[in-house]
Design a protein around this ligand. Structure first.
Ligand code: ACO
Length: 424
């Protein structure tokens, strides 16, 4: 076995070196503290592997993303979202029988308990749908406390995958004051969601194929992204043996932040602002470069991708295609492209390797579907759900699993004596 040597205060520590299946190298510091009282410090975990995982591979320098070995480009071109869910969860593509069975189970569990509809009545009309989604997912644990592991160990995983889109669509209906549209079992996963979002009682929504395909693509490209902020949250919460619904609800909350999945809502708001301000891209690029301004180009930059985000490329092409086929003239697409062009000619962005990320073009597609801006991050959550579930499952099955519990470097006051109030 290869080892690395760490020399500190003339003492040598030998650390095992591990190599992943794509040649990635990791120094294993698991026993460093117990043997030496030394810890490693890595704010934001930018250089820390939290686990070994077989699910997703990313090479940020070369713009590579693969789920279970399959490239995102191939999956985006040919795979159905339900196939990708199965692939992420079980490690292999399903055969016809396995896929039919999986889809049937997803369809069977689509309804939410009628009592849960009452919860929606309690939220204000203005409630952000991410808040509704996270609390409703957490509430599912009150209806399904434990799945019967012997009978069907993945039952709660299936329930959550099936019900999340119903909750998401009901949250939207609530926000516009419409009655809920119940799922129709004959429809595909994507068409069923669009039906629940847009059907009104007098007029069932006919899902245009181009939008069904675009939604499938969006869900596929969001399906997993290894140890990102929300997935790490799901793993961390799940590591305490908290139930599946609680772990995923925590992941939804982590995703909501504007530095993570919340960026897709902020991108559209930013593009609208630039347009209504006369479309002066250079002004906003200059603002983003000025650290004092507090403004960042939303949808730009990524912790891992330092070349390009392959998902952004796929979504940019799809946005062009969908708008063309539906004859939609969305001025924000033009604004986005111009902004990208200006930014990518600027040394500030080139030096820091800041490129459009998945959130930059996704909003243009959601707008073409008629999905309102405050639902964008919910759409991201629906896409990321199988990834969270696959990681939760992998974490639970890991024989080396331990509760997630980082260390810290204490930089506060050394011990001092308490001073009574009268003497202060
Ligand atoms: N606009 C302007 N400058 C940026 C941007 C941006 N969008 N992103 C990074 N920078 C600059 C930083 O100011 C910093 O510059 P400095 O070295 O001069 O201080 C440098 O680039 C590195 O930035 P960090 O914040 O250290 O990079 P980190 O890897 O921690 O953060 C993140 C990555 C959060 C995605 C960041 O690029 C960002 O805030 N982007 C905008 C929000 C966004 O689009 N988030 C979605 C990410 S994709 C996803 O989660 C699905």
């Amino acid at each position: 076995m290869n080892t690395a040597k760490l020399v500190l205060n003339d003492r040598e520590h030998e650390l095992p070196v591990m190599v992943g299946s794509e040649g990635e190298t990791a120094i294993d510091v698991t026993r460093l503290r117990s043997e030496s009282m030394i810890i490693t410090l890595d704010p934001g975990f930018a250089n820390t592997g939290a686990c070994r995982s077989e699910i997703t591979f990313i090479d940020g320098e070369r713009g590579i993303l693969r789920y279970r070995g399959y490239s995102i480009e191939e999956l985006a071109r040919a795979a159905q979202f339900t196939e990708v869910c199965y692939l992420l969860l079980y490690g292999a593509l399903p055969n016809r029988e396995q896929l039919d069975d999986f889809r049937e189970r997803l369809t069977y569990h689509t309804l939410i308990h009628e009592d849960m509809k009452k919860f929606f009545e309690g939220y204000p009309r203005s409630a952000h749908p991410m808040a509704i989604l996270s609390s409703m997912v957490s509430a599912l644990s009150t209806y399904y406390p434990v799945a019967n592991a012997e009978e069907d160990p993945d039952l709660n995983i299936i329930r959550l995958l099936a019900k999340a889109k119903t909750i998401a669509a009901f949250a939207y209906k609530k926000s516009i004051g419409h009655p809920f549209s119940y799922p129709i079992n004959a429809l595909s996963y994507t068409a069923n969601f669009l039906h629940m979002m847009f059907s009104v009682t007098t007029e069932p929504y006919k899902v245009p194929q181009v939008l069904d395909d675009a939604l499938n693509l969006l869900l596929v490209v969001h399906a997993d992204h290894e140890q990102n902020c929300s997935t790490s949250t799901v793993r961390l919460v799940g590591s305490s043996d908290a139930n599946l619904f609680s772990a995923v609800a925590a992941g939804i909350c982590a995703l909501w932040g504007p530095l993570h999945g919340g960026a897709n809502q902020n991108v559209i708001e930013m593009l609208k602002m630039i347009r209504s301000d006369g479309g002066d891209y250079r002004k906003y690029v200059a603002m983003a470069k000025d650290s004092e301004s507090g403004f960042r180009l939303m949808g730009f930059g990524h912790r891992v991708y330092k070349n390009f985000d392959p998902r952004a490329k796929l979504l940019k092409e799809a946005a062009d295609r969908v708008l063309r086929e539906l004859n939609i003239d969305d001025p924000l697409l033009e604004v986005a492209k111009n902004l990208e062009e200006v930014a990518l000619q600027d040394d500030f962005f080139l030096e820091r390797k800041l490129y459009p990320n998945v959130d930059f073009y996704s909003g243009i597609l959601y707008r073409a579907m008629g999905i309102p801006t405050n639902m964008f991050t919910v759409m991201f959550a629906l896409g990321r759900l199988p990834g969270w579930l696959a990681h939760w499952k992998e974490m639970r099955q890991d024989p080396d699993r331990r509760i997630g519990r980082p260390r810290q470097l204490y930089v506060g006051e050394p011990q001092r004596s308490f001073v009574a109030l009268a003497d202060r």
